[in-house]
Write a protein that binds this ligand. Structure first.
Ligand code: ATP
Ligand code: MG
Length: 584
């Protein structure tokens, strides 16, 4: 495959405002996880509690009055919480749980919008030694039931409208003992369902001091169900030790500094929203913006401007939606505070990396990781040149490789399975109640990620596709990402999803589905034009044989293109697990 098709974006050799990771090569050569203790001056010798390190530690060091959270509700309400207030609220919630008889290791789930109370509940649960599991608020009753049932959650913290949405499944969950309802609008208080508990009343009674339940580094902390892009979501379980990697990646990959205002657009229902919406930012002592509302291009630029955001972490789908509304729009806002912008969750098309330069005066920095890895593994760093379309280079201490089916490492330039030498601090510890499945992900000391990639001679990693999505056409392996990236360079194309369609002669042929930008209409002429366009950009074997224009691509609620669904629909097959499918 042709790896680099876009020009390298160079970084200044000696930036005036030197980033946290000034010399990637030197740091990587010298760093091992055993050195983490030296690199992180706050690491305690014995127990480790993620919530304490993220919140209380700052209070203990005299920074309690510093704002930790600047919250904006979807109707414009604003609330600010200092580190000290976060400490007190999370302690109160830990006391609430303890008083309810919740014990170490019990699962405490949340099903809430992005309101401040979700952060108090998750940190409170961690302080009480529980395993916290945040669920995305847009789920319907069935996905919520599946996850609560599978995890055996004992407590659910939710909100009135969300409680109503899942009312029918609550009685079907024998392990669920308590439902705690957070009603932010005290005046319009609906009566609680019988047996439910009122968050406000419990918290008023609870003490703001709590003696932390000792957690060892290996105690479970959070569990997240994967995005369900490739099949039924799995409950990846993490441990407190992950905080080491959260902190260091926040510093090295996102360039977080204690004086920063930071905005992560991910919901706590997905791992990005906890690792990089709770742990990494607050262990790094930043002030974090949390916006409850959903995507809106104008509103998002407004937030970046009004809160003077310095570091912004978002996702490819959001960037493509911002691109759809044009680079002119951000230019009408004052984004002079912004210093670093990063992206995760899906491959980031080179077009999108470069659009950053035009729209916000800097490229988007792509990085790669998964629910299972718990933290960033491969990244584009503030100090390092960017090869647009590449995921970047491994985090110091992380050792990925490209391996074949037997677990043998392949040389540079050879495509294969992306794997990582186990372990690393934020590595998942099990798939909940599916230990065999967990074990099956490890071969020869490698954790096999399920993604295909290739490494170039300079150590940059290039994503090809998920192993399930890679297409075999007439003996060539084709990654959907390469084809999709070429198609979205056409001015009419907003998004593209590419699949392999079974073919009697070629085994599979490449078929592309595209959605159009505003102002373009589907037509045969446009389809022909796109076919010609793709043939100019791609090798003959790789260019799509068929292109179909559809109104929008099926995506998970976290914004990932579900190619398996495009394929199932194309072939008239069963759609499989669609619990995370976004509804139009
Ligand atoms: P499931 O495992 O349930 O199918 P999922 O893999 O989408 O869902 P996540 O753990 O949320 O669940 O996503 C991780 C995956 O997202 C990666 O394995 C990879 O396929 C994709 N991904 C994340 N970041 C990047 C990136 N920077 N470039 C390319 N792909 C990425
Ligand atoms: Mg996955």
């Amino acid at each position: 495959m042709t790896m680099q098709r876009h020009e390298t974006i160079r970084k200044p050799a000696a930036p005036g405002d030197a980033p946290n990771l000034r010399d990637y090569d030197a740091t990587r050569a010298a760093f091992d996880w055993a050195d983490a203790e030296r690199e992180i001056d706050w690491l305690p010798d014995g127990g480790l509690n993620l919530a304490y390190e993220a919140i209380d530690r700052h209070v203990a060091h005299g920074n309690g009055a510093k704002p930790a959270m600047l919250w904006e509700g979807k109707n414009g309400e604003k609330e600010t919480y200092t580190y000290e207030e976060m400490r007190r609220e999370s302690n109160r919630f830990a006391n609430v749980l303890a008083a309810l008889g919740v014990r170490k290791g019990d699962r405490v789930f949340t099903f809430m919008e992005r309101v401040p109370e979700i952060y108090f509940a998750v940190f409170g649960a961690l302080k009480a030694g529980c395993v916290a599991g945040p669920l995305f608020s847009a789920f319907g009753p069935d996905p919520v039931k599946d996850r609560l049932e599978d995890s055996g959650a004992k407590v659910l913290v939710t909100q009135p409208e969300l409680r109503a949405k899942i009312a029918e499944v609550i009685p079907q969950l024998p392990e669920l003992e308590r439902v705690i309802v957070v009603n932010k609008n005290e005046r319009s208080k609906e009566p609680l369902a019988p047996g439910d508990l009122d968050y406000g009343a419990l918290m008023r009674e609870a003490s703001p001091d709590f003696a932390l339940i000792g957690a060892t580094r290996d105690d479970y902390s959070l569990m997240h169900y994967t995005s369900g892009t490739t099949g039924k979501p799995k409950g990846a379980v993490h441990r407190h030790n992950a905080v080491i990697q959260h902190y260091l990646t926040g510093k090295w990959c996102l360039d977080l500094r204690p004086s920063d205002v930071y905005w992560c657009t991910a919901d706590p229902g997905w791992v990005t929203g906890t690792s990089y919406g709770m742990s990494a930012p607050w262990t790094n002592g930043v002030t974090q913006v949390i916006y409850e509302g959903g995507f809106n291009a104008r509103k998002w630029w407004q937030i970046l401007q009004d809160y003077n955001v310095n570091v912004w972490y978002t996702a490819p789908t959001a960037i493509r939606m911002l691109m759809k509304s044009g680079a002119g729009l951000p230019q009408t806002f004052d984004l002079s505070s912004l210093r670093f912008a990063a992206s995760v969750g899906e491959p980031l098309n080179p077009e999108a990396v470069e659009w950053g330069v035009e729209a916000i005066g800097m490229p988007f920095h792509d990085n790669w990781w998964q629910t299972e890895t718990g933290g960033i593994m491969i990244a584009n760093y503030a100090s390092a040149d960017i090869r647009p379309g590449s995921m970047g280079k491994p985090l110091p201490g992380v050792h990925p490789g490209i391996i074949d089916a037997e677990g043998n490492e392949l040389p540079d330039g050879k495509e294969g399975n992306l794997a990582v030498r186990a372990p690393w601090p934020s590595m998942f510890q099990t798939y909940w109640r599916q230990q065999e499945r967990y074990d099956s992900r490890f071969v020869n000391g490698w954790y096999v990620t399920g993604d295909e990639a290739v490494r170039d001679a300079d150590g940059y990693y290039w994503f090809i596709g998920r192993s399930d999505d890679v297409i075999n056409t007439a003996g060539h392996l084709v990654g959907p990402f390469e084809v999709e990236s070429a198609l979205i360079e056409h001015p009419a194309v907003a998004e593209a999803g590419v699949i392999g369609k079974p073919d009697p002669i070629a085994m599979e042929v490449v078929k592309a589905f595209v959605s159009l930008k505003d102002g373009y209409e589907p037509s045969d002429a446009l389809r022909r034009e796109l076919t010609g366009f793709a043939r100019e950009k791609l090798a003959a074997a790789v260019a799509p044989r068929e292109i179909e224009i559809i109104p929008s691509l099926p995506k998970t609620r976290s914004g990932k293109i579900m190619r398996r669904l495009l394929k199932a629909r194309e072939l008239g097959l069963d759609e499989g697990d669609t619990s995370t499918l976004e509804e139009d």
